[in-house]
Design a protein around this ligand. Structure first.
Ligand SMILES: Cc1ncc(C[n+]2csc(CCOP(=O)(O)OP(=O)(O)O)c2C)c(N)n1
Length: 623
């Protein structure tokens, strides 16, 4: 069945295929990819969309000497297959298996580990400059989606590369989609030029005339050049210093090979505009491109997800849903509440808000830095902005939080979803650094709810805050353990005692409160009396509760789903040191100071000592 691809284990093998057979190769890869992702889950739509482009690139380039810089890298599955990883596709995104993103530690054909959008052009300019200084010959290509092109970093790099005019090729993969439909003026511009009937008609007519009068061709070319400035899609890029080519059909692999050869032979700073269809060749992914972006294992015939396929076993609702519900409720009460997303309305739970309050919901594109500065300005004018961004992507916005919110003495709520271990997305997406990078912002409030009640209360407090107020919550479902407990209201910086005890205190935040309560039960059976404190806030700390805990128990354990350096435990240590209580025995249970690869969240929590059993074992050891 796989006549071609079973013999392709490196780009050199691909080059042995006759040009006219490349459509067959594409069809085989497409079928293999769909069948494979149906079993493992993963980013489906993007790789289907760039499938022909990837084949054409490897047909023309000499990887790994020539470099392909992937933007985000979620579209690199076919690249992985061509570069010798086809047989490991069944391990995709599992512990010890293939990463869902390019990784130099996996293959010499992946120049960088990537996962955050907007890096490819910047990396390509860097590689091109280094090549020229070292008198190298290699080609450098950046493959960027129209979504990733909305990132500020992409613009910064475009600007720099256009100025340097280095020999490199930027391929704009235009499918009009980010995860959701792409937004922004550039997207509108690209769309307008593609559908501009005047341009298409005039270009067609001039080309016909050219055929008839070959001797006038040069002259006509000049007038075509002039006309270009009126109609050609790439004027914007040409003005920035690029030689623009396109738009071309991104699914015609034979034609793409020819075009890539020609463009690369120019050895100049070029931009090739390629039109693709996200999810191409998979019925449900084409029909609903947003759904087809990232999928869990699914039934190939129906596209329906296979039950029980999610890695998180549901408890109650997800933290994302709790945020979504709470925000809607509070926004109904207060018209000043507005929401901001950086191209992820569905992932961050703003979908319903966007539908109900379209004029109060702002999708700014993949522009997390702008999202926060923009929100800071809205807050200055009396609105109450909530910026919903994954913890890992908020890393981009540190200066905006510092300079454009905190320093301005304005209050913006930062809703940090996926704060903690994220599972299959792995190292590039772990949300385990936010306490450390936000904790240094003067005056900021950092909270972590354990359930939906606390989520709503924190959001309410955040909306009234005149300083930045971050709420971090994990990629998980809320524990049913708290359902029966009384719901006590609280103020900023106020924790609660879940269980009293006399041997050891567990100071826990957010997702770790459930684990602490379970560890309490395990230790009770062993005759150990454990006090469990749900701290709720990392900044400001509930100092009274900490001091009270020291009085009651001789030992303190801090628990957090965050790296150990600069995290919640560090904040507790700092506080004790300030109070000259440095002699108190404090053990910090947290994630190690390292990048953590892909794997299931539950398994990793256990591996790093944060499951109830491992917490109980650590305490027993210390006792
Ligand atoms: C800085 C950052 N913000 C958000 C994301 C989440 N994200 C992953 S892919 C994607 C859409 C990318 O769209 P595009 O570049 O057009 O590629 P396509 O998926 O359409 O092929 C987004 C928003 C990210 N990876 N990085």
């Amino acid at each position: 069945m796989t006549k071609w691809i079973q013999n392709i284990n490196c780009p050199e093998d691909l080059k042995k295929v006759p040009l006219e057979s490349l459509p067959e190769v594409a069809a085989e890869y497409r079928q293999f990819l769909i069948e494979s992702i149906a079993k493992t889950g993963g980013h489906l739509g993007a790789s289907l969309g760039t499938l022909e482009l990837t084949i054409a690139l490897h047909y023309v380039l000499n990887s790994p000497e020539d470099k392909i810089c992937w933007d985000v890298g979620h579209q690199a599955y076919v690249h992985k297959m061509i570069t010798g990883r086809r047989e490991r596709m069944s391990t995709m995104r599992q512990a010890g298996g293939l990463s869902g993103f390019p990784s130099p530690w996996e293959s010499c054909h992946d120049p960088f580990i990537v996962g955050h959008a907007g890096t490819a052009i910047s990396q390509a300019v860097g590689l091109a400059c280094a090549r020229d200084l070292k008198r190298g010959q290699e080609k450098v290509v950046a493959l960027v989606g129209d979504g990733a092109m909305t990132a500020g970093l992409s613009f910064e790099a475009l600007n720099h590369a256009g100025h340097l005019k280095k020999s490199m090729l930027v391929i704009l993969n235009d499918n009009e989609m980010s995860i959701a439909r792409n937004v922004g003026a550039i997207s509108r511009y690209l769309n307008k030029v593609l559908t501009n009937p005047i341009y298409n008609r005039v270009r067609g007519e001039v080309e016909r005339q050219l055929q008839k009068f070959p001797r006038l061709r040069r002259l006509a070319n000049i007038s075509l050049e002039g006309m270009k400035h009126l109609f050609v899609p790439g004027v914007l890029f040409e003005e920035l210093g690029y030689r623009y080519f396109g738009p071309v059909d991104g699914h015609n692999v034979v034609q793409l090979v020819g075009i890539l050869k020609d463009v690369l032979a120019l050895n100049s700073c070029c931009l090739l505009h390629v039109i693709t269809k996200k999810g191409k060749g998979c019925e449900f992914a084409e029909r609903d491109e947003e759904k087809g972006h990232g999928v869990v294992p699914f039934d190939i015939k129906t596209g329906e997800k296979i039950k029980g396929a999610r890695e998180d076993v549901p408890h109650g609702i997800s933290f994302t849903q709790a945020f979504s519900d709470a925000l809607l409720k509070l926004a109904r009460r207060d018209p000043a509440v507005v929401a901001v997303t950086a191209a992820m309305p569905t992932g961050t739970g703003l979908h319903d808000f966007q539908k109900i309050f379209p004029e109060r919901c702002f999708d700014v594109g993949i522009a997390e830095q702008h999202a926060v500065t923009f929100a800071g300005a809205m807050a200055k004018r009396g609105l109450k902005p909530v910026v919903a961004v994954y913890s890992t992507f908020m890393q981009r916005s540190h200066d905006s939080v510092m300079h454009d919110v905190a320093l301005q003495r304005t209050g913006v709520v930062l809703a940090l979803d996926r704060a903690g271990l994220v599972g299959a997305d792995g190292a590039t997406h772990q949300g385990i650094f936010d306490i450390a990078y936000l904790g240094s912002v003067p005056g900021i409030i950092l909270g972590a709810p354990k359930d939906e009640f606390e989520m709503e209360k924190m959001l309410e407090l955040g909306l009234e805050s005149s300083v930045p107020f971050a709420i971090r919550y994990p990629r998980a479902h809320i524990s049913k353990l708290f359902d029966e407990l009384p719901k006590k209201s609280f103020q900023t910086g106020e924790g609660e005692v879940m269980f009293d005890g006399s041997d050891v205190t567990l100071l826990a935040i957010g997702s770790m409160v459930e684990a602490a309560c379970k560890a309490h039960t395990l230790l009770k059976d062993k005759g150990v009396s454990v006090r469990v404190v749900n701290m709720r806030f990392i900044k400001p700390l509930d100092e009274i509760l900490i001091l009270e805990s020291i009085e009651k128990t001789k030992m303190i354990f801090t628990l957090e789903e965050h790296v150990i350096t600069g995290g919640f435990g560090s904040k507790v240590l700092e506080f004790l040191e300030e109070r000259r209580l440095g002699q108190i025995l404090v053990r910090r249970l947290a994630l190690p100071d390292e990048f953590i690869e892909h794997g299931s969240r539950e398994t990793q929590l256990d591996h790093f000592g944060l499951s109830p059993e491992k917490i109980a074992a650590s305490i027993m050891k210390e006792l």
